[in-house]
Design a protein around this ligand. Structure first.
Ligand SMILES: NC(=O)c1ccc[n+]([C@@H]2O[C@H](COP(=O)([O-])OP(=O)(O)OC[C@H]3O[C@@H](n4cnc5c(N)ncnc54)[C@H](OP(=O)(O)O)[C@@H]3O)[C@@H](O)[C@H]2O)c1
Length: 267
C-alpha cells in the first residue's frame, strides 16, 4: 500500500508510549486515525496533538479485556468513522512475576489484551479489506516472542503466538491485496513499558528510540514487509543460534544480563 494519504487506520494503544509516536507518523502520512485505548483523557490529548499536526482522528475509549464487546466496538467505528483500511495492533501489557505468583485474572488479561483482542479485531476487519482487495494489518510483537523471557513468560507466549499467527495468516493472504506485518522491537527508550520501568537496558543489547518503531510501522505498510526487527545491534544470528541450541541461548541471554534485569522487574 504505497499511497497512504486519506486512508484510515485503527490503532490500539494510541493513548501513550510507542502508540503516541505511531499516531504522529500516521498523521504525517495523511492517514485518518481511529484511536483505541482505555484512558479517554489521554486519547483526547492525543487527538489535540493530531489536530495541531493538521491531521484527523477519532477516539474510541475501550478496554480490550472485553473480548465479547469487540464486535460492538467495530460496529460503532464503522458507523461513526467508516471503512478501516489499516489495523495496527499495538496495545500490550506485561507483568513480571515468578510464574506461580500470577493470578488467574492476570494470566487471562495478558492473553486477552496481547493476543486474543488482536485476533478478534483482525477477524472482524479482514473481510472488508478482502472485499476491497486492499488493506494491511500490523502486529506489534516483541523480540520477547522470539526468545522467552524469564519472569515475563506469559507476555513472551503472547508475542510468540502473535508472530506465528501472523506467519500463517500472511501465507493465507498472498495475492489478495491485503498484507500483514510483524514488528519486533527490543528494549525501547524515551517512552513505553520498558522506559517506565526505570531500569537500564543491558549494555550489549542497548535501546532503540520509539520513533524507530513508528518508522518501521510505516515502512511495513508501504513495503508489505513480513517482519521488521527494531533493535540496536544485529540480533538475527543469535536468534538463529537459539533455534539450534536453546540452552546455549539461555546462557547468552544470562551473559547479556537479561535475566538479572528481568528479576529486578518482578513485582
Ligand atoms: N516499550 C518497549 O520496550 C517494547 C518492547 C517490545 C515490544 N513492545 C510492544 O509495543 C507495544 C506498545 O507498548 P508500549 O511500550 O508503548 O506500552 P505502554 O506505554 O505501556 O502503552 C500501552 C498502550 O496499550 C494500551 N492498553 C493497555 N491495556 C489496555 C487495555 N486493556 N485495553 C485497551 N488498551 C490498553 C494503553 O492505554 P490505556 O492504559 O489508556 O488503556 C497504552 O496506550 C506493546 O504491544 C508492547 O508489547 C514494547
Amino acid at each position: 500500500m504505497n499511497n497512504l494519504m486519506g486512508k484510515s487506520a485503527l490503532l490500539t494503544g494510541a493513548s501513550r508510549g510507542i502508540g503516541s509516536f505511531i499516531v504522529k507518523s500516521l498523521a504525517k502520512e495523511g492517514i485518518k486515525i481511529v484511536c483505541v485505548a482505555r484512558s479517554e483523557d489521554k486519547l483526547k490529548e492525543v487527538q489535540k496533538k493530531v489536530e495541531e499536526l493538521g491531521g484527523n482522528s477519532q477516539i474510541f475509549p475501550f478496554d480490550l479485556n472485553n473480548i465479547s464487546l469487540i464486535p460492538d466496538l467495530i460496529a460503532r467505528i464503522k458507523a461513526e468513522s467508516g471503512v478501516v483500511d489499516i489495523l495496527i495492533n499495538n496495545a500490550g501489557i506485561e507483568m513480571y512475576r515468578k510464574y506461580g505468583d500470577y493470578s488467574a485474572q492476570e494470566l487471562n488479561s495478558i492473553l486477552a489484551v496481547n493476543l486474543h483482542a488482536p485476533m478478534e479485531l483482525t477477524r472482524l476487519l479482514l473481510p472488508g479489506m478482502l472485499d476491497r482487495g486492499s488493506g494491511h494489518v500490523i502486529n506489534v510483537a516483541s523480540l520477547a516472542g522470539c526468545k522467552g523471557v524469564a519472569y515475563n513468560a506469559i507476555y513472551s507466549a503472547t508475542k510468540a503466538g502473535m508472530i506465528m499467527w501472523s506467519d500463517g495468516l500472511r501465507q493465507e493472504l498472498r495475492g489478495t491485496g491485503v498484507g500483514i506485518s510483524t514488528i519486533k522491537p527490543g528494549y525501547i527508550s524515551e517512552a513505553g513499558m520498558f522506559h517506565n520501568s526505570g531500569q537500564d537496558a543491558p549494555k550489549l543489547l542497548g535501546t532503540s528510540p520509539p520513533q524507530a518503531v513508528a518508522d518501521a510501522v510505516i515502512r511495513a505498510i508501504k513495503g508489505n514487509k513480513a517482519e521488521i526487527i527494531v533493535n540496536k545491534g544485529p540480533i538475527k544470528p543469535l536468534l538463529a543460534l537459539n533455534v539450534f541450541t536453546p540452552v546455549f541461548g539461555d546462557s547468552v541471554v544470562r551473559w547479556f544480563g537479561v535475566q538479572e534485569l528481568s528479576a529486578k522487574r518482578v513485582e
